[in-house]
Design a protein around this ligand. Structure first.
Ligand code: FDA
Length: 308
């Protein structure tokens, strides 16, 4: 891992920097590159604009590692309201949450209860419900939560991280339950025993895991989501899907708002199913630092925003 990436990921956990950055107008300006605004309405409006171009969306309210169950209840209530907004405004949008935003650090049982209520609401409003994957200490619990949801609901998905050494075994164990998996490279600081320190190894793992998901998709046993902005890698996987007989729509490509937007448009125009993950909310600091860590050159956007 590069020094810049390690420093930015360490900074993402600093309450002091969080407080400082969250109150600086120039940082807020820089954050706008990655989110249309802090209000849910900003996210929904952006979702409608993307829908006009044929792109779907996945929405997420920023926030993680909540420290009180009352806060988790408020997050659940927010999402119950938000599902209704998505349906009322006819946005082709899914919802994705972090389990620690729904109290996983406090009570796995309560978290499971909240997730179940949200999965039911997603079902009632005719959309998908997603679990993000957080750092490696949460993987076992998040997979257990997903299994619980998948036993009762069709349209529920789980993010898995290609950089984790354990992911091939985790994926194999999930295929019998016909999962929907959003494969991503992985955004957290992890020790080398747990995750590949070299990017090339993560890229190779992403390709191999995606091929395994596409093979399962060809037999109707997985809905693979390729969650990456790595366009050359995506092109190889689109060719592989064709070779395996997985039709367009038998897999999807998901990217983040504000990243590789022209490529998102082009992939859509070429017939791929593309969704853009839109974040909103005021608790953007740790999430934003992970975006900077993915591409430390992004720090220049912050500097430029300060100057302008
Ligand atoms: P890679 O880092 O190789 O980047 C490929 C290219 O994309 C770069 O060369 C650059 O052009 C562009 N790019 C990538 N990141 C950029 C950035 N921040 N700013 C500007 N350009 C950038 N992680 C996780 O641990 N748990 C999760 O649940 C999720 N969920 C998730 C959902 C979706 C839809 C996406 C796309 C990503 C996630 N992630 C995630 C984040 C993921 O783990 C990973 O950190 C980022 O996607 C960056 O890796 P890439 O796959 O884009 O490849």
């Amino acid at each position: 891992m590069s020094i810049a990436r390690a420093v930015l990921l360490r900074a993402s956990k600093s309450p002091f920097l969080n407080h400082q950055a969250s109150h600086r107008a120039f940082v807020k300006r820089a954050v706008r590159k990655f989110m249309p605004g802090e209000r849910p309405e900003d996210a929904l409006d952006a979702g409608l604009r993307l829908a006009a171009e044929g792109r779907g969306t996945v929405f997420t309210k920023l926030g993680e590692n909540l420290t009180s169950l009352a806060d988790a209840v408020a997050v659940r209530d927010h999402y119950l309201w938000f599902f209704d907004q998505v349906a009322a405004r006819r946005v082709p949008g899914h919802v994705s949450v972090k389990p620690t935003q729904l109290g996983l650090d406090l009570s796995q049982e309560k978290c499971a209860e909240f997730l179940e209520e949200l999965a039911q609401k997603a079902e009632q409003t005719g959309t998908y419900f997603w679990l993000d994957m957080e750092d490696s200490s949460y993987v076992d619990r998040t997979i257990a939560l997903y299994r619980g949801l998948r036993a009762r609901h069709e349209k529920v998905g789980l993010a898995m991280q290609a950089y984790l050494r354990r992911t091939p075994a985790d994926l194999e164990a999930l295929i019998p339950i016909s999962p929907t998996i959003r494969l991503v490279k992985g955004a957290y600081a992890e020790p080398p025993a747990v995750a590949f320190p070299e990017k090339a190894d993560t890229d190779r793992a992403f390709y191999e895991l995606s091929v395994r998901m596409l093979e399962a998709a060809a037999q109707g046993k997985c809905l693979p989501i390729l969650g990456t902005h790595d366009v050359p890698l995506l092109r190889r996987l689109v060719d592989k899907a064709r070779e395996l007989g997985v039709p367009d729509g038998g897999y999807e490509i998901h990217m983040l708002y504000g990243i590789r937007d022209a490529d998102q448009k082009q992939l859509r125009e070429q017939g791929r199913t593309v969704r853009t993950l839109i974040s909103y909310g005021a608790s953007w600091f740790p999430w934003y630092m992970r975006r900077l860590a993915e591409r430390p050159a992004n720090v220049w956007f912050v500097v430029r925003s300060m100057v302008s």
